[in-house]
Structure formats: structure tokens, C-alpha cells
Design a protein around this ligand. Structure first.
Ligand code: UD1
Ligand code: UDP
Length: 360
């Protein structure tokens, strides 16, 4: 194959779908490798079906483990796979362990790497994702960027400007492609939610791994649910800790399984507020104009704060911030950030096909 995509986690699937589709339209010979980092039906298969991603050509079945073990297993499995397939270009997405492992293996095999969603920085090296992002950007030959400040980060790190392409946001391509299929009323009814309601997702290690942090998050959310009912589709990482911290069974808290993309975005679209620590959800709420309270101290996506409806809050600030949103808050901007227009996949495909013509 000329192009080999490596995906492994839920956010990877959402970002890769429009790139794979655009390269298919361009007639490019491509292969899709799933590392198996996410493997539950609701964390993986459901996205392939709903997003029109082709079945992976290979599923490496790497699964879960400590960072060292998971990354090591990913490296070994990907080395075999990439050597056998010998692609002209390896495309990696986002900032997860599968992204880092794929970039590292490809670079060591002398294969050029393209990084989709390059240049994002939280400047918080306690986040595993920040480590992954920085290293992947060092290894990449083509860097596809979602917003201008990321171009600045890469320039300051000494990245050759000729390798950096500001193309917009493929996650938003997916959102706009499926927008007409989002049905907030049906999703609300399916989960027995009243009107109004909020949506919560939490899975960052800083919020759920440490029992004290999980307790603080559970306490803040329990109090928030007194203001508005909360639908809480829980990522497997948060489930046990937040349950043990007392979130399960709190009045107004509706704990749900992880949701498929269409069900999840339907709920988000109809929500009065979203509370999250997700990267992608900060961007999706920006474009949908849904107020978002992000339970983090930093964000690698500052444009969601300056342009959109996102606000970073500590546990203690959550309830007052939510009250403000419920009281009417600030009006949402009419449009998303520049280039978050549904055409990022096409722009990436144009750069990739041109690059292949010149380099292969
Ligand atoms: C990973 C990413 C994170 C991203 C998130 C998206 C890294 C370092 N982190 O975090 O940046 O925001 O994906 O959702 O790559 N598990 C299951 N079923 C699954 C997958 C995981 O039960 O299908 C459980 C396992 O107990 C596992 C834990 O979730 O140990 C964590 O999974 P892992 O892939 O290591 O990291 P995430 O927290 O999902
Ligand atoms: N998502 C979903 N169902 C859920 C939660 C999330 O479909 O129950 C989607 C949503 O589009 C989100 C994406 O999965 O943007 C990635 O989510 P996650 O928060 O897991 O990853 P992050 O963006 O934080 O890396």
C-alpha cells in the first residue's frame, strides 16, 4: 500500500474517518491498521460501523496494560506489521499511546510519518498525551494542524515550516457529516432524561485514577446534579473509581455505558451544558455552540476557550459556573473557528497525494 493509517482508540476513529474517505475519493491505495488499544464493542466496533470506516485490514489486538507494557506491545506488533506492509507513508492521529508507538516504529524503519492533529500543547508534562504529542511531532515529516496557535508551537520548537500544513479539524468533518443524523429528542427519551439536562464525560487520569481526585470530582458532580439532571456515559477508565467515590446512585445522576458516536453527539447537541475532561468534546461543543465546562487546569485546545463556549474550571468552581450557564450564560458564536468547516479531510488528502507524487 502507499498509505497506511494506524488507529487504536475512540478519538482516533473519529479523526481518521474523514481522512480515509477523502483519500479513497482521491483513488489512493490505503491500508487501515487497528492496534486494538480500545477493543470493547462500545469503544471500537460501533465507531467503525457508524462512521463508515472500512473494516481494519489488521487488528493487532494489543489491548490494555501499564504505559510501558502497552507501548512495548504496540511497538513489537507494529514493527512486524509495518515491515510486512512497507507503505510509502504512515498516517497517525492525535496523542494516544498507539500514535506514539506507530510514529516511533515507522521512523526507525525509515518510513515517513504524517501526524494529524500536530502542534497541540497543554504545556503539562504530567499528561501522558503531552509526552506523546511532543515526541510524535519530532518524528513526523508531514504535520497537519487544526488551528493557528499550533503552527506557532511547532515554529518555536524549530520545526521546518514547509512540513506544517494548517488544514482545519477532521474531528469536525465527522461532526458536520453526521449532523443531520443527530436526534436529541430521541436520545433523551431513550435514556429517560428530563429537559433540560447536561452531559458529563470524565476519563483523564488526573480526574479518575487517584481516589482523592475521583472523590472530589464525584462530589462536585453530585452537587451539580442538584441543579440539572446529568447524563454520564462513562469511559471504562472512570467507571470503577467514580462509582466507588459515590457518583453511582446520586440523585439526578444517570450513569450510562459509553455511547456510540451518533447517540453521544445527539445527547450533546440537545444538552444545556456539557461537563468534560475530554479533548474532542471541547471542540465538538465549540462548533455546536453548547456551553462546555472543562474540569482541567490546562487545555491544549485554547481556541475552544477564546472562540467557543469552553471554560476551564476546578472542582470547586463547577457548581457556580454551571449555575451561570443555566441562568443564560453567554450567547454562542454563529460559526466555528476558521477552517473547522468539514473540509479538513479533503485538504489532508490533497497534501498527501501531492507529497506522494513528489517523493515516491
Ligand atoms: C486513551 C488515551 C487518552 C484518550 C482516551 C480516549 C493514552 C495514553 N491515553 O486513554 O489520551 O483520551 O484513550 O478514550 O493512550 N478499557 C476497557 N475497554 C477498552 C479500552 C480500555 O475496559 O476497550 C479499560 C482498561 O481497563 C484499560 C483502561 O480502560 O486499562 C484504560 O485504557 P487505555 O487505552 O490504556 O487508556 P484510556 O484511558 O482509554
Ligand atoms: N464519544 C462518543 N461516546 C462517548 C464519549 C465520547 O462517541 O460516550 C466520542 C466523542 O466524539 C469524543 C470522542 O469520542 O469527542 C473522543 O472521546 P474521548 O473523550 O474518549 O477522547 P479524547 O478526545 O479526550 O482523547
Amino acid at each position: 500500500a502507499r498509505v497506511l493509517h494506524v488507529v487504536g482508540t475512540r478519538p482516533n476513529f473519529v479523526k481518521a474517518a474523514p481522512v480515509v474517505a477523502a483519500l479513497r475519493t482521491a483513488g489512493c491505495d490505503q491500508v487501515l491498521v487497528h492496534t486494538g488499544q480500545h477493543y470493547d464493542e462500545r469503544m471500537s466496533d460501533i465507531f467503525f460501523r457508524q462512521l463508515g470506516l472500512p473494516e481494519p485490514d489488521t487488528d493487532l489486538g494489543v489491548g490494555s496494560g501499564s504505559h510501558a507494557r502497552q507501548t512495548a506491545d504496540l511497538l513489537i506488533a507494529l514493527e512486524g506489521e509495518l515491515s510486512a506492509r512497507d507503505p510509502a507513508l504512515v498516517i497517525v492521529y492525535g496523542d494516544v499511546n498507539s500514535t506514539l508507538a506507530a510514529a516511533l516504529v515507522a521512523a526507525k524503519l525509515g518510513m515517513p510519518v504524517a501526524h494529524v492533529e500536530a502542534g497541540l500543547r497543554s504545556f503539562d508534562m504530567t499528561m501522558p498525551e503531552e509526552i506523546n504529542r511532543r515526541l510524535v511531532d519530532q518524528l513526523a515529516e508531514l504535520l497537519f494542524v487544526t488551528s493557528p496557535e499550533a503552527v506557532g508551537h511547532l515554529a518555536r520548537e524549530g520545526t521546518d515550516a514547509g512540513r506544517v500544513h494548517l488544514v482545519g479539524n477532521p474531528m469536525i468533518d465527522t461532526l458536520l457529516t453526521h449532523l443531520d443524523h443527530f436526534d436529541p429528542a430521541a436520545a433523551r427519551a431513550a435514556h429517560g432524561l428530563p429537559e433540560p439536562y447536561g452531559v458529563v464525560t470524565l476519563h483523564r487520569p488526573a480526574n479518575v485514577d487517584d481516589p482523592e481526585a475521583a472523590k472530589a470530582a464525584a462530589r462536585a458532580l453530585t452537587e451539580a446534579a442538584r441543579l440539572v439532571d446529568l447524563a454520564v456515559p462513562l469511559h471504562p477508565r472512570g467507571r470503577a473509581a467514580l462509582g466507588a467515590a459515590g457518583l453511582d446512585g446520586a440523585p439526578g445522576v444517570h450513569i450510562l455505558e459509553p455511547l456510540g458516536y451518533v447517540e453521544f453527539m445527539s445527547l450533546v447537541r440537545g444538552a444545556t451544558a456539557v461537563i468534560t475532561d475530554s479533548g474532542g468534546v471541547q471542540e465538538e461543543t465549540t462548533v455546536l455552540g453548547v456551553p462546555c465546562l472543562t474540569l482541567r487546569t490546562t487545555t491544549e485546545r485554547p481556541v475552544t476557550v477564546t472562540h467557543g463556549t469552553n471554560r476551564l474550571v476546578g472542582h470547586r468552581e463547577l457548581v457556580p459556573a454551571l449555575r451561570k450557564v443555566l441562568d443564560g450564560g453567554q450567547p454562542a458564536p454563529e460559526e466555528g473557528p476558521p477552517l473547522w468547516d468539514g473540509r479538513a479531510g479533503a485538504r489532508i488528502a490533497a497534501v498527501v497525494t501531492r507529497w506522494l507524487d513528489h517523493h515516491v
